[in-house]
Structure formats: C-alpha cells, structure tokens
Design a protein around this ligand. Structure first.
Ligand code: FRU
Length: 499
C-alpha cells in the first residue's frame, strides 16, 4: 500500500481536469442547476454526508474520458446541495486490488466516527477475464485528503458460494454498538443485499442476507441502501437498490421491519422510486435538519446502447449528472413520497402564473415561461370539472420536436415519450396514475438544459428522463385532443444558479 502512489495519481488526474475544465464548461448541453462533474464521466453519487458543517458529495468519476473507465472518486462540497465547490479528487486507483483501467474505486459510502471521515468503497479489478471485487476503507481527518487503510481489503471476498465479481457498493451506518454495512451479492444468478457488522469499521463479519430476489427483482442489486424512516404509526426500515435485469424498474424501494437480532429485513411494501429511464443508484443520507435525502445518477445502464454510443454530451467532453436531491417521506400507508428539496426555491427567478381557473377546449395552450428551457412548473388540474379523457404536456418543443407526457385520465396512466425529443433519445416510460377518489391532479416538474423530472400523485409517481433538446426547443404546451381540461392554477419559475 502506498500513500504516495495515490497522491501521485490524484495530482495527475487533477492536471487532466485543469486542462479540460474551461472548454468542457462551455458545452451547450451542460445542465444549469443539476450537479455535474467539471468534465469527463460521472456516474453514481458516493459517500453523501453532512460533515463538519458542509455537504460532501463524492461521485464515481473518470477524469480522463467522457465514458466509463478507471473509476476515481470525485469530490465537491456545498452549503445547500445546489451550489458547489469542487475539491481535489478523494480516491484514485493505486493498489493491486483497485488499479485496473476497467476497475478502480467503485461505489461506496461515508460515515463520521470520532471526528474522522471514513469511506467504505469497493475495489474492483480484473483477474483473467473476470471482475474481482472486495470492500475497502479510506479515512481523512480534514475531509479532503484521504488515506487507504493498511488493512485493505477490509472484506476480502463474499461468503463462499457467491460470485466474486458481483460483490460491491457498501453502504455503512451505525446502530447501537455496531457499525453495519449492506452491499450487493449474487448467488445462483439472483441479487441479494448482504449485511455485515463491525465494531471498528475495519474488522467486518458477515451477518446475514438482509433481503434477496426470488427472480422478481433481477440478478444483481446495485447500490443497496438501508435506513429508518418514521411516520405517525412508528418506525419502518427502507431498503433501496437498482436491480439489474428488471424491466421498468430502475430503482426500487422496499418498506418493512428490521430485526437486528437476526439481521433479517421483512418487507411488506414494494415501489419504484422513479419510473423514468434516468434515475439510477440512489444513495441517501441525513442532512443537517434530520431529513432523509436521496440523490441518484441521472442515467442508467440498461436501456440504451451505451457501450456503442455514449450520447450527445459525450461529444462535449462530459457525461452524467445527478437528479435533484429529494426528501424521502414515509406516508401512513407505508408507501414513500420523494419531494424535491425546499432549497430549490432559492434559485427561482422570474415567475409567470395563471391564477384564475382556465379552461382548455380541444386545442393547446402555451405554458407561460420566462425561460422555456430551464424552469420549474407547478399546476393543478380540476379533475371533477374536466371532461377530457386525457391531456398532454408537450415539453421542450419547437415546430417538429417535443417530449410528450400523456396523462391518461381514463386509464389512469402516465406515459412519457422521448421518441421525438431530439435526434438521439428514444423510448416511452409508463406508470399508473393514482387518481381514484381524487378531485384534483397536481403536477410539479423541473426542466433543465438536458433533463426533465416530473412529479405527480403527491410525489409518489415520478418520471426522470434526459432529453438533449436544442436551444430553440423552448416552447411548452398543455394540449387536449377531445373534451375540456380545467386548470385551477399554474405557476412557472425560471431556474438559474448564480455561483
Ligand atoms: C452502478 C455501478 C455500481 C458500481 C459502479 C461502478 O451504477 O455499476 O454497482 O460500483 O457503478 O462505476
């Protein structure tokens, strides 16, 4: 183990970032208020934590190319989760166990213990033609400069019978006298969440299988996370993960009860955190006011020909952003809501609003926006007085192109199509709409330069999608094919971030 080698590799990577930062920063598709890396490739959020007065975000990062490879941990800090200062990279591949162009320092998490910041992460390398993954630890006193533990790998292999190359993404927490971590494991072609425990963050014992797929949740659970949430009825535990090999589920949540005596989690509720194509590998943390915040990588591996074509931003020298931070709230029926953080109000600029009831009769209405490319929209539909079977939001449109969100009121479905969004994106996402016994339908959405996040059903049905619309695609409409649609209220805000 060499402290010097990691330092050297970080300096080398920083030089690459310095070289490219200014050119890449000018990219036309760069997000205006979502978190991105300065240049290069970003995927999962890692090590999210509020530590010594700042939010720390780490991220899976390849500074050398705008596609995946040689994973480093990027690092940024913030006071509000919206304005960022980039810090030197926290981890770089440097050891036999993590130094491989198709490996590196994979995803993981952070915990504070006695004033020190600890990172638990997966070291991934390749022997022969297969991945070998194990769990490692690094620590820092200032929260900026990290040292890999002498005892790495702190979990050298999965239990016997498990796939040695599908063993990753440790999420650590403390409960009473023990530290726990959950990570993904694969056995008999099925995904599992494995539970370990430790007294000191360095010596870990396998405890139990926290939960497992019986086929319905795929062959591998990437980035599992496990945390308690309270509602008026008491406390429940939530397990989240991104399953591989499951259609229409990029990020799942399970709600149930944890038994710390046995290390078993019994769940009774299953849901999707998001139904869009671009919400993957969410990680949670507790913020300074006690909220449970989730942040995900606004992308996904499964749905696109990624390994052939990395998308339009690739050509600008970058790829990947985070979805907006969302607060997870446990409803009384044990389903979850995911509400964009209130801090977003601080980047609202000029407002446009229709306060009086307005009726759209077979046709379309332009949504007023000060900036039709980067904005927030809140609207309420009066369902009781509308006769239309369905209506559409046509977003980021010009005369030829648009992303179309169809609210099918009769079938109680939401479909979002990006088949005609731009010259690259494709596919339609689908979910139910929970309209039973409802007199109104509320929609809240966030549009940024290259993404759309739609929240509805009281933040229980959400669709996040990337679209690579051009500057002139700045018109947004509500459109009704038959019947009438009554809009109770509509407000939009331009969203801009001044650093
Ligand atoms: C999820 C993931 C993780 C892995 C990391 C590698 O997107 O595949 O399972 O640790 O990305 O970058």
């Amino acid at each position: 183990m060499s402290i010097e080698l990691m330092k050297k590799n970080i300096v080398r990577a920083q030089a690459e970032i310095d070289k490219k930062r200014s050119e890449v920063g000018k990219g036309a598709m760069r997000q205006k208020y979502h978190f991105m890396a300065e240049e290069g490739w970003l995927n999962d959020p890692n090590g999210l934590i509020y530590f010594k007065g700042k939010y720390h975000f780490f991220y899976q990062y390849n500074p050398y190319d705008s596609y995946w490879g040689s994973m480093h941990w990027g690092h940024a800090i913030s006071d509000d989760m919206l304005h960022w200062e980039y810090l030197p990279l926290a981890l770089a591949p440097s050891e036999t166990y993590d130094n491989h162009p198709k490996g590196g320092c994979f995803s993981g998490s952070a915990i504070e213990h006695e004033g020190r910041l600890y990172l638990l992460y997966t070291a991934s390398t390749i022997y022969g033609d297969g991945f070998v993954q194990n769990q490692c630890m690094a620590y820092s006193d200032d929260g900026i400069h990290f040292v890999k533990s002498e005892k790495n790998p702190v979990i050298a292999a999965p239990p016997s019978g498990y796939d040695v190359g599908e063993f990753r993404d440790p999420k650590v927490w403390k409960h009473e006298d023990y530290f726990y971590l959950v990570c993904s494991g694969k056995k008999d072609e099925l995904g599992q969440a494995l539970l370990y425990r430790s007294k000191n963050l360095e010596d870990w014992d396998f405890f139990n299988v926290l939960a497992e797929s019986r086929g319905e949740f795929g062959y591998m659970w990437e980035c599992p996370d496990f945390f308690p949430l309270k509602n008026a009825n008491g406390e429940k535990y939530v397990l989240t993960f991104s399953p591989m090999g499951v259609k229409e589920r990029t990020s799942i949540y399970l709600v149930g009860d944890m038994n710390y005596e046995t290390g078993k989690f019994n769940y009774t509720t299953v849901g999707n955190i998001d139904w869009g194509f671009d919400y993957y590998a969410p990680q949670s943390f507790v913020d300074q006011s006690g909220r449970r915040i989730l942040i995900a990588w606004a992308n996904g591996w499964d749905w696109m020909p990624w390994w052939k074509d990395w998308g339009p931003t690739f050509k600008e020298g970058w790829c990947g952003s985070f979805n907006l931070p969302r607060e997870a709230i446990l409803d009384t029926d044990n389903t979850l809501k995911f509400v964009p953080i209130e801090e977003l109000r601080s980047i609202r600029k000029s407002v446009e609003a229709i306060h009086e009831k307005s009726i759209i009769e077979k046709g379309e209405r332009l949504i007023p926006t000060a900036n039709g490319n980067c904005f927030e929209l809140k609207m309420t539909i009066d369902l009781a007085n509308s006769t239309a079977d369905s209506f559409e939001l046509r977003l980021r449109s010009n005369d030829h192109l648009a992303t179309i969100a169809t609210f099918d009121l009769r079938k109680q479905m939401l479909r979002v199509s990006r088949d005609n969004s731009d010259d690259w994106s494709q596919g339609t996402t689908k979910s139910n709409l929970l309209l039973k016994d409802k007199a109104t339908l509320k929609i809240h959405l966030f549009v940024d330069q290259s993404s759309i996040e739609i929240f509805t059903d009281d933040y229980k049905t959400n669709h996040s999608l990337n679209v690579f619309a051009k500057e002139d695609q700045n018109k947004n409409y509500v459109s009704v094919a038959e019947g009438t649609l009554v809009i109770d209220q509509l407000e939009t805000w331009e969203l801009t971030k001044t650093m």
